[in-house]
Design a protein around this ligand. Structure first.
Ligand code: N01
Length: 554
């Protein structure tokens, strides 16, 4: 199937000249031109023939991959699965060069998609949505942008990404720092030259672990500030062989089916065997094989790694032993392997020479648990025990995940209730797709959906397809408004909680899955941990039964 026969653009052709310009009427407005916004545009415009527009703050498409240009930025999902699968021709014609695609290649891919499906005329760049208010009398959303434009739309769809609102810690003295500082998620497009510089890197999540080895290569000196030690497995990234590329071209349907059925939307399954029922020697051999293979597949070695602490301990001990083996300095090795959470209960990073980097003469490690940051001074970072002199500080401190980007927009629903007020105690919605009190607002990969626990492109496609089918249903049945009922949202919230509690994920108190990385954020486990396959089934059942749990009004 191909979507190439797109109609000509049907959105307002150009930006009205002045602020305060007249209201522009559309069927749907989509916020964000990343993986989700672009696919949603394609579906609404070319399949439902709606008048739809994407509004995007950046000056290019790509979303998260437009902004995250930090050194070493690379996807942890394998390239052949970090792709759209809605069009077999697209899968077959695009050739990824490496097992894990680097940021520039992903951005090229997304630009290719924008061109191939002629999406650009219906994407308004350099424009940020600032506010959206639901007007009950007209059943329209009134959407304001920072360019002074106002849109009136029936459907408002957020495609703002789960990890797009940068979390910059409020450390006293940052404004006085004499050097330069950057957050990895808002990286300068011209790059940063570390040559001859003393660099401080705060954060050892997936991003910090990718960035450290690359920064260390060009910087005069790198100090890694670690608050929480982390597991990481080697990526074993490499160019893709011609045989593998051919395999992908010939197995598109099979790969898609595996991704749709598995817990995390990856193209590999979780083994049926239990870690505890496997003799220790055999177990270690299986871990070793998974370590040599590399990547997130390590999680799939045994079925009980995320549900049984004792099973998890076997994987944790294996990885900690690897860290101690790789890192030569016993003090650094002890700090790096002093990990206090179960393996994969926080998002496990994968790396290229992360632990090896600490064997370099120009790399130091600061244990912030032992010596916390007190302040940033003009000269650098002062911890309880020392002043670390720096020219550049890199914040690899993550994101206000899942809710941050949504709450940056002033969204006001029915009866004047804002999303911020509705979510004061944490996000509450139905299926991660719709919020009670906010009719005709859809949140692609919102909290309450598998989202960040999943390889994102398949989860995005599933959400976009569901939203598209839902809007088609509304139109075909003369329904003007859809909104979840409170009971459905409450029941779903309980399911999200129960799914998390059935795993070890909910026990990690310092996890951003719980909002713990952002001071003052409600501590609520946000993504749905029941598995992508189960979640898909649930969404399909809801649609099949005439959108049970939603109120549909003419
Ligand atoms: O962010 P993180 P990330 N003082 O929140 C530390 C995706 N991603 O950008 O654990 C000192 O995981 C914080 O410490 P702690 C992927 O889903 C995808 O690395 O909170 N330290 C932690 O070490 C990933 O999971 C790809 O105690 C502070 C680090 O900063 C997600 O993005 C590639 C601090 C933040 O780690 C987020 O990863 C890269 C403070 N005040 C990332 N505040 C792909 O492949 C925070 N930290 C698609």
């Amino acid at each position: 199937m191909t979507d190439r026969a797109a109609p000509a653009s049907n959105a307002p052709a150009s930006r009205p000249e002045a602020a305060g310009a007249s209201l522009q009427h559309l069927d749907a407005l989509i916020i964000g031109a990343g993986f989700s916004g672009m696919y949603q545009l394609l579906r609404l415009r070319d399949h439902l023939r709606l008048k739809a527009l994407v509004v995007e703050a950046g000056d290019g498409v790509g979303g998260t991959w437009y902004w995250n240009r930090y050194p070493g930025a690379r996807c942890d999902s394998e390239s052949h699965s970090y792709s759209y699968y809605f069009d077999d021709d697209l899968v077959r014609e695009w050739e990824w060069s490496e097992r894990y695609p680097a940021q520039p290649e992903i951005l090229r891919y997304l630009n290719h998609v924008a061109d191939r499906y002629r999406l650009r005329p219906d994407i308004r760049l350099n424009t940020r949505v600032t506010a959206a208010r639901y007007d009950a009398s007209s059943n329209r959303w009134l959407v304001d942008t920072d360019a002074g434009e106002r849109f009136s739309v029936q459907f408002l769809i957020t495609a703002v990404g789960c990890l797009s609102a940068a979390n910059i810690p409020d450390i006293p003295g940052l404004a006085d720092f004499a050097g330069r500082w950057y957050h990895t998620g808002e990286w300068p497009h011209e790059g940063v030259d570390f040559t001859g510089r003393r660099v401080g890197l705060i954060g050892t999540g997936s991003t910090g672990i990718q960035a450290a080895p690359v920064i260390a290569e060009s910087a005069a000196h790198l100090t890694v500030f670690q608050r929480t030690a982390n597991y990481s497995m080697p990526a074993h990234n490499a160019p893709l062989s011609e045989e593998f590329k051919q395999y992908v071209r010939e197995h598109v349907d099979e790969i898609r089916k595996v991704m749709h059925a598995t817990t995390n939307g990856h193209p590999f399954t979780i083994a049926e065997r239990s870690a505890l029922d496997t003799p220790a020697e055999q177990r270690d051999a299986l871990y070793e094989a998974a370590w040599q293979k590399g990547g997130l597949q390590f999680r799939g070695t045994f079925k009980d790694l995320l549900t049984d602490q004792a099973a998890n301990d076997t994987a944790a001990e294996f990885i900690k032993a690897k860290i101690r083996q790789i890192v030569k300095d016993p003090v650094k090795a002890a700090v790096l392997s002093d990990i206090d959470h179960p393996f994969a209960a926080k998002r496990p990073p994968i790396d290229t020479d992360y632990f090896e980097t600490f064997n370099r003469d120009n790399v130091a490690l600061v244990d912030l648990r032992a010596s916390p940051i007190v302040a940033i001074t003009p000269q650098g970072i002062r911890t309880k025990d020392a002043l670390h002199r720096l020219d550049i500080i890199v914040f690899a401190t993550g994101f206000d995940a899942l809710t941050g980007a949504l709450l940056k927009i002033e969204i006001e629903g029915r009866d004047g209730i804002t999303l911020r007020q509705a979510w004061r105690a944490g996000p509450r919605n139905y299926l991660g797709l719709q919020v009670p009190g906010f009719p005709n607002l859809f949140t692609i990969t919102g909290p309450g959906s598998p989202s960040v626990l999943c390889n994102l492109p398949p989860q995005i496609e599933q959400h976009v397809d569901w939203i598209t089918a839902c809007i088609r249903h509304l139109r075909e049945h003369g329904i003007a408004r859809i909104e979840p009922v409170d009971e459905a949202a409450d029941t779903w919230q309980r399911e999200v909680d129960a799914a998390a509690k059935a795993t070890l994920l909910a026990d990690v108190k310092h996890s951003w899955y719980l909002g713990a990385n952002v001071p003052g954020k409600p501590r609520v486990f946000m993504p749905y941990a029941g598995g992508f396959g189960r979640y898909r089934d649930k969404c399909e059942e809801v649609a099949r039964t005439g959108y049970a749990g939603f109120r549909l009004e003419r």
